[in-house]
Write a new protein. Structure first.
Length: 147
């Protein structure tokens, strides 16, 4: 899941539902009941940490999901910056996680959700997916064929 600014709100509801399901599963089967659950990755971006929506909630969800929820944040107007001084966006974090993303999509039957700025972020995220999946298939983004 990739959300920019208020685009993270729908993902909050999704994660809350998974937490409720995890509670029921753990109550019935213990923590081992989550062993076959796939991981949830959430990439959240905004300009600065002051705009980090639901900041206090995300660590609680991660704790209740026992390692099945991973959140990565990019605050483009705050350090750390790229070595060349450039801003870091969610797309940069996704490129760092390219192996995990490509494996999840190509072999793990992952779902992809993007919510937020329709002008630049969503196009940038789409470009990253094409690059990552193209490379995983031994080519480039131009050689990706969706089925």
């Amino acid at each position: 899941m990739t959300g920019l600014g208020t685009g993270v709100a729908p993902f909050r509801g999704f994660v809350q539902e998974r937490v409720a399901m995890a509670r029921r599963t753990i109550e019935k089967n213990g923590v081992d009941g989550l062993d076959d659950w796939g991981k949830i990755y959430l990439y959240f971006g905004c300009r600065n940490s002051k705009d980090f929506l639901y900041k206090e909630e995300w660590p609680e969800y991660a704790n209740e999901l026992h390692g099945k929820f991973i959140m990565r944040t990019a605050f483009s107007r705050e350090p750390p910056y790229k070595p060349d001084g450039g801003k870091i966006y969610v797309q940069d974090l996704m490129l760092e996680d390219r192996a995990t993303i490509s494996e999840a999509i190509l072999t793990g039957e992952a779902y992809v959700y993007v919510c937020g700025d329709g002008k630049s972020m969503s196009k940038g995220v789409e470009d990253v997916f094409m690059k990552v999946l193209g490379e995983a298939r031994g080519g480039s983004a131009e050689k990706v064929h969706w089925s």
